[in-house]
Design a protein around this ligand. Sequence first.
Ligand code: NDP
Length: 241
Amino acid sequence: MSKVALVTGGSRGIGAAISRALQKAGYTVAATYAGNDDAAKAFTEETGIKTYKWSVADYDACAAGIGRIEEDLGPIAVLVNNAGITRDAMFHKMTPQQWKEVIDTNLTGVFNMTHPVWSGMRDRKFGRIINISSINGQKGQAGQANYSAAKAGDLGFTKALAQEGARAGITVNAICPGYIATEMVKAIDEKVLNERIIPQIPVGRLGEPEEIARTVVFLASDEAGFITGSTITANGGQYFA
Ligand code: NDP
């Protein structure tokens, strides 16, 4: 029986690449999403990967959704906390709503998804939790006080939980991507992207979602069992944590 992997935000962008790569590596994959039904439908038609819709910001929905996936596919062995949003504004213009939405999704969402799978992983003495943080959680980014705080919080969560999971065969790691060519980054003004962002990346290009996906597949594998509490930086040399 193949292991079950759950990828949040797994039907678009980096998450879709992660879902595909895990499927290719032999996992039975479930992908969650928040609202883009068209993208989810097209993704399922193309890949055969089941998609499930709820917000990671809602704890009860996470617990119920995870229960449904485990009934459909079996116990979750690998959880990839990838879902994320941006609500950028300079701090003097940032609204409490912009702060709350990003913290609720990018930080509390990681708690909401991990908590319901944790006991089962402990009982089965195996689990892989992989949190997709960000370069901006490591270095901070003007205009993203909310996002940087949430993504830095994900790194603290990763390190604390790695210590709790170690004896139970559960590894907890984080990946910090730099700028990756997805809709989130393509939404940035092209002039800003070409004149200000790409010149700061030593390799001279944006990363590809598949480059993050391959790192996830490695961290999910049995071979990566000694790696826990780590932050893997994948940013083309832009920042060394
Ligand atoms: P996209 O915007 O392309 O996709 C985001 C995915 O997350 C979508 O599937 C979306 O669902 C889902 N999602 C958003 N909010 C929720 C929610 N409340 N509940 C459930 N699912 C939700 O993002 P990327 O692929 O670019 O980013 C993926 C992750 O990587 C994020 O955590 C991001 O912060 C991080 N990251 C991205 C970088 C980049 O350069 N792209 C750089 C560093 C980190 P739906 O399809 O329904 O909208």
